[in-house]
Structure formats: C-alpha cells, structure tokens
Design a protein around this ligand. Structure first.
Ligand SMILES: CN(C)C[C@H]1CC[C@H](N2C(=O)N(C)Cc3cnc4ccc(-c5cc(Cl)c(O)c(Cl)c5)nc4c32)CC1
Length: 333
C-alpha cells in the first residue's frame, strides 16, 4: 500500500480508506513514532482542477486554528502530484449519521452538542474566519463523543477583519442564509449564525427547516423565513431557533449573545467556553521525549518545534500532546 504513497513510508502505516469527499480520499493511518491513529486526506492535484485554491484555503486556515472542537491538522505534505493533510482521527464519523440513527436528539443531548458547535464557531470568528459551510456532515465525533469541525475549504478570512463584507455565494443551499443566496454582500459571521440555526433545528427535529428538491423553491422558502415548528419543541428551543433564523441579518442573534444565551446555559450555568484548551507554551514532557528521541538538546528541540513547519516533527509533538491529554504515557515507540 505504501508503495503507492512513497512519501508516507516509515512515517505513517496506511490502513483502509475511511471516506471520500469530492476530490479527496481519506485513509486511516498510524503515526509510526507514537502509534496514534490519524486520518490522512489525500488529494490528487490533477483531479483537483480549479478546486486547488480550496485546498490552499483549508490548509492555511487549519494551520491557524487550534481548538478542542476543531479537527486538528498535524502535518501537510506536498509533492508535484499530490497534497496530503494528516488530521485528527474521528472514529465516530459524521454528526449527520448520528442524528439519522437517533431520528432526532432530545433537548439535553442537542444542548451538549450545540455548546461545542458555538464554542468552535466563536473561536474561529475571533480568529477572523467565517466557516461558510456549517452543517452536520462537517461535524465529526471523536472517541469521547466530542464534536470536531472539519472542511475549511470554503472558509473566508475577510481582508481587514470580520466586519468587512463577503460576496461569494457558497456552502450547502439548505443551510445558506437569505442574504447569501440573494447575491447581496453579507457578513460571514451573520451567515454562519443562520447556518447554526438550521443546524440546531436539524438536531432537535431530525429534518431541515427549509427543504425542496428544486433550488429556486428552496431559496423562496429560505427568503420567506417561514418554517414549521413541531409540537415536541419546547418554547425555549423555539425562541432560540427563531432568534437565529431571522431573515434580516441585523435582527439575528450574534455569537456573543449566543454564548450567554439562557437556552445554552440551562443545566450548565456557565457560558460556553470558546477559548482554546491548547496552551501557547510548549509542553516540557513532550519536548524532552522528542529531544531524547532525536538526540538533540532540549533548547534546540524547543526552537525547532516552535517553527510550526507542519512537518513530521509538528505531527509528533501534537500527537505526543494528545497522548498526554488522554492520560497515556508521553512515550515515542
Ligand atoms: C462528506 N465530507 C465532506 C467528507 C468526509 C470524508 C470522510 C470523513 N471521515 C469519515 O467519513 N469517516 C467515517 C471516518 C473519519 C474519521 N476521521 C476523520 C478525520 C478527519 C476527516 C476530514 C475529512 C475532510 Cl474531507 C476534511 O476536509 C477534514 Cl478537515 C477532515 N474525516 C474523517 C472521517 C468525513 C468527511
């Protein structure tokens, strides 16, 4: 198998294909030095065609986004024919399939997931990014049933900050905000908030608020802002959804208000934490283990890791840190 991917030989032990998304193939692999599982997204440059900029967008964004509810990028490899993205493995697959398997979620379970989604989106907005393709297919579950946001191929980092407008109409139609599909300029943060309203509705109802086989009638439904409120929704859930599915983006709830919203605080009594749990300082144990393994002084290793080249060393550091955060020994094999 690795003869097909010579660049990975000795660094990753490739296993089966675990999914494919459009122009990418995602394979399970083991990081040789730590034995940790990873997902490797493999893209053929020729097949990418004019989707190539999406890959560069995703890689650039994911290098800057380091958060407990965002799928972690560990390493990027580029050859003349391929891109490889070594990513955090999420064994429980897509939130979409989880909702389908349970028909719909009760309020308590939806709240746990939605707090994690709000945490991830608040973090990327503060970092100056809009995701622009928020939907259950782009939220994966890790081994502890925690959500990880993926697919930053359509994200935007508006020049001059998030208060500047965007123009590109993109993302999945059923989750797209009215202002986005009407071709007007829009604010990425406001469009993401609308998509999160559709997402919350999908979590609590098991189907979409706006749906139609034909795109033009789907767009009319979205722009009308009218959707069915099933009788199992509590008044509190309906109010929150209504605050997010406001056709006028200026009347729509903001992420700052969402973080403190009573519906999200119910049973937790603390706002959604959106700060990254990853420390900015390097972890001593991981640095020492790497220094010993590579026969380097700790200071030299610290300098090398701090370059964040997203090479094998970056992957080894992050995966050692994962092991430590999961209470496993901080040891290289
Ligand atoms: C339909 N989608 C647009 C693509 C689909 C590809 C397989 C993937 N997957 C699966 O479908 N399992 C069933 C297993 C699985 C396990 N770990 C994963 C870890 C990361 C990713 C991943 C995939 C893509 Cl295309 C990304 O851009 C990023 Cl940032 C991350 N996918 C994973 C993944 C889920 C999404």
């Amino acid at each position: 198998m690795s003869s097909q991917y010579p660049e990975l030989k000795g660094f990753y032990h490739l296993r089966e294909t675990i999914g494919s998304g459009g122009f990418a193939k995602v394979k399970l692999a083991y990081h040789a030095l730590t034995g940790e599982k990873v997902a490797i997204k493999i893209m053929d440059k020729r097949a990418l065609g004019d989707d190539l900029p999406r890959v560069k967008t995703e890689i650039a964004a994911m290098k800057e986004l380091c958060h407990q509810h965002i799928c972690k990028l560990y390493q990027v490899l580029e050859t003349e024919t391929r891109f490889y993205m070594v990513l955090e493995y999420c064994p429980e697959g897509e939130l979409f399939d989880y909702i389908v398997s349970k028909d719909r979620l009760d309020e308590a379970e939806a709240r746990i997931f939605f707090r994690q989604i709000v945490s991830a989106v608040a973090y990327i907005h503060i970092k100056g990014y809009a995701h622009r393709d928020l939907k259950p297919e782009n939220l994966l579950l890790d081994e502890d049933q925690n959500l990880k946001l993926i697919d930053f191929g359509l994200c935007a980092k508006p020049k001059g900050g998030m208060e500047n407008h965007l123009f590109t109409c993109c993302g999945s139609p059923a989750y797209a905000a009215p202002e986005l599909i009407s071709g007007k300029q829009y604010l990425g943060a406001e469009a993401d908030l609308w998509s999160m309203g559709v997402l919350l509705y999908a979590l609590l109802c098991g189907y979409l608020p706006f749906d139609d086989e034909k795109i033009p009638s789907l767009y009319r439904k979205i722009q009308s802002g009218k959707y069915e409120v099933p009788d199992w929704l509590t008044p509190e859930s309906s109010i929150l959804i209504a605050q997010m599915l406001q056709v006028d983006p200026k009347r729509r709830i903001s992420i700052q208000q969402l973080i403190n919203h009573p519906w999200l605080r119910k049973g937790f009594n603390i706002p959604c934490e959106f700060e990254s749990k990853y420390k900015m300082t390097l972890d001593e144990d991981c640095l020492t283990e790497l220094a010993v393994h590579y026969g380097q002084k700790r200071r030299e290793m610290e300098t090398k890791v701090s370059e964040w080249n997203y090479d094998y060393l970056t992957a080894s550091y992050f995966l050692l840190l994962e092991k430590k955060m999961k209470g496993r020994p901080v040891r290289l094999l």
